[in-house]
Every structure is written in C-alpha cells, then in structure tokens.
Design a binder for this molecule. Sequence first.
Ligand SMILES: NC(=O)c1ccc[n+]([C@@H]2O[C@H](COP(=O)([O-])OP(=O)(O)OC[C@H]3O[C@@H](n4cnc5c(N)ncnc54)[C@H](OP(=O)(O)O)[C@@H]3O)[C@@H](O)[C@H]2O)c1
Length: 259
Amino acid sequence: MSNETFLVTGASDGIGAVYAERLARRGHDLILVARRADKLEALARDIRAAHGVSVETIAADLAQPADLARIEARLRSDAAITGLVNNAGIAGEGSILGADPAYLSGMIALNVLAVTRLAAAIAPRLAERGSGAIINMTSVTALMPAAFTAVYPATKAFVLAFSEALQAELGPKGVRVQAVLPGITRTAIWKEEAIARIPPGMVMMVDDMVDAALAGFDLGETVTIPSLPETAGFDAFIAAREALRPGLSLSTPAARYGG
Ligand SMILES: NC(=O)c1ccc[n+]([C@@H]2O[C@H](COP(=O)([O-])OP(=O)(O)OC[C@H]3O[C@@H](n4cnc5c(N)ncnc54)[C@H](OP(=O)(O)O)[C@@H]3O)[C@@H](O)[C@H]2O)c1
C-alpha cells in the first residue's frame, strides 16, 4: 500500500473503526465516513494522537441519495484518495415473512447500491493512475445463501460477484480489489443475546478479523476468508464454477428440458 489517503465507510464502529486504526498504523491518511459524527470524531482524535496521520471525518448516511452523492463526488475528484474500504453495512432483517419493506430498501441501498456507486466513483481515477485499492466488505453468508436470512446474504453475494468482476477489469490496470468475507465477528452488528448463543469457537474478535483481512490484502488475494483454514476448498469451488462455463450458454436446451 502507498502512503496516501484511504476513505473508510462505516468507520464509527466495529470492523470499519479497526480498519481505520490499522491503516493509520501503516501511515495512511484517512477520511472516515458514517452517520454518527461524535463517534467518528472521537476515533479521529485517538488516531491522530497515536499515529500522527491526518484524519478527516464526514457524517453521511450512505443509504440517502444526497449523502451518497456527496461522498461519490469526493471520491471522483480528490486525487489524494487512493484507497476505499467499502465497509458500511447492516444486517438483521429477520424472516422474509415479516420483513419491513422500508428496512429491506435501506439495506439494499447501503449494502449494494452505495458499495457499487462508491467503487464506481473511485475506479476511473485509480485505473487512470494505474494503482490503488478497493476493499469491499462482504460476508461468508455470500457462500451460504440459505443458512441465514434471505436478503442480507444476497446483498453480500452481490458484493462478492461485483468484487470479482472489478478485479477482472481493474486488476490488469494496476488496481487492487479485495473482497473480505468475515464469519461471525464480535461487533455491535450483533445483539449481545444473539452472539451469546453462538459457540465461542465460531466467533472471531474484530481486531483478529481485520488483521487477517489485511494480511490477505498483503498476500495479493482477491477473496479473503479470514477463518477458512485452507484456501484449497475455495479454489476448488471457483474451479467447479469455471468448469460450468462451456455449458452455460448454448443454442439448444438441455436434454432434460426437451432439447
Ligand atoms: N460483524 C460480523 O459478524 C460481520 C460478518 C460479516 C460481514 N460483516 C460486515 O462488516 C461490515 C461492518 O459491520 P460491523 O460488524 O463492523 O457492524 P457495526 O459494528 O454495526 O458497524 C457498522 C458501521 O456501518 C455504519 N453505518 C451503518 N449504517 C450506515 C449508513 N446508512 N450510512 C453510513 N454508515 C452506516 C455504522 O455507523 P453509524 O451508525 O455511525 O452510521 C458503523 O460504523 C458490514 O458490511 C457487515 O455486513 C460483519
């Protein structure tokens, strides 16, 4: 990573706050984005004092079009920003049978639309420059769409697919794209009573998760699954998906469909 500025979304708490601290420790200046200005400013003060880097905070609700447009404009125009950590996200919609439509819209606006538009805003500058990084926070639920709730894993599957496509397009131009797939990580995204019911062996501490994700970044990974003991299983999964390709678009239907 270069010594230039990273913009981190969802930096007021949890995973984003740890990214901010770790990136500052690496010497990066920061722009921290989230809704809670007081929490952002408190973190910024601590980071400035500990690491001597420049830290700006911007209070913005990325699920709101006007706020999203403000951050996009900054990413498009500020040549100092060479890294984006697309981390802000929400979960917890519950069963689809009782889902609140407004909550679903808000989740898709934040987890999908904002991630897409922020990456699209910074990508042209980074491609032009021939360097820089886009780190997208997805989730292991992207790989297990039926094991959790219906919409959150689908938003994270979008981010995984989007990241792979971005890497395919931007990687050859010198831009690093990484999708991070945390498992259960102890942050405020979880209600305390919910996380208390999960076996402790399945719950990672947030500092360990971010350190592992950054180690994956340093290794040059496009997809980082911090807890997965061996990458061979994931590589086999990708290879199996690739092996489907010759049959995915043909002029005749398959025999089982009457072709
Ligand atoms: N913790 C896990 O088990 C886990 C596992 C897999 C993936 N993830 C992913 O990791 C990312 C971070 O989650 P976390 O666990 O660190 O959760 P968290 O502790 O709840 O933090 C979420 C962050 O996103 C910000 N945010 C929420 N809504 C926002 C909005 N509308 N606009 C701007 N910022 C907003 C929050 O700040 P404000 O409230 O101040 O806006 C906060 O800084 C998410 O994308 C999540 O899906 C988490």
